[in-house]
Design a protein around this ligand. Sequence first.
Ligand SMILES: [Zn+2]
Length: 278
Amino acid sequence: MRVVVQADRPLEFQVKELPDPDRLVLDIPGVFVPVKQELAVGGPVEVVRAAQFQTDPDVARVVVQWQARTRYEVQLEDGGSRLVVVVDELPVPPPRTGHVVAIDPGHGGKDPGAIGATGLVEKDVVLDIGLRLRDVLRGQGVRTIMTREADVFVDLADRVPIALRAGATVFVSVHANATTRGVIRGVETYYLKPNSVQLATWIQEELGRLGIPDRGIRTANFKVLRDSPIPAVLVEVGYLTNLEDEALLRTAAFRQRVGEAIARGVVRFIRHVPALQP
Ligand SMILES: [Zn+2]
């Protein structure tokens, strides 16, 4: 694959490799990027971002974040005005064998969960995001299990046992929030036990990049978190009682971006932390 930066005059650039997450950074002086751009890629490259690194003098920054670092070359074409990163398309090995990710879309069936400002229903939103999350993870070779895959009621007390019986090593519950104050909006990730802080941090870090307010990681004594001996988080993907959050969550494009962001956080976790079965 090729990542291309096209200008109308010859370019200079500096390349750096940075860890955690593993990424390639290209600084390009004399280039202005009016709007931040981000593209989820797949294969050896997880995501490509372009943004203004500094102004006066202008320096643009392009970041190629690896899913699995592979061979690459940076070259100039077209008299130097086109900067191209050529990335080898190698098969990407699964992030780490042994992990099974349980995805737990909240509510379902007779339990609708929260109802949005204009009627969006939590159980539908979180099931859709859960299925998207599952598909992204599966596409990267990660084993998954769902506590529900349809609009059915699953008792709160059964959710962690369902996951554990299927051999889950990570538990991700997906919910949408509600409050009586419609001004409150944004994403937050809850955890309870110390084994879950890192998972919560990395998921929230990715969600915080989606352009929806970042309300950070928090602790809460939710039943699924209390029940879970494995690293467990509960993601609140926005406030349905806020008109802006509800409007975002109505779009499939945003739900897809949420699924991909959670997946990036999960994959980072399972790459770094060995699978421990309870
Ligand atoms: Zn909920």
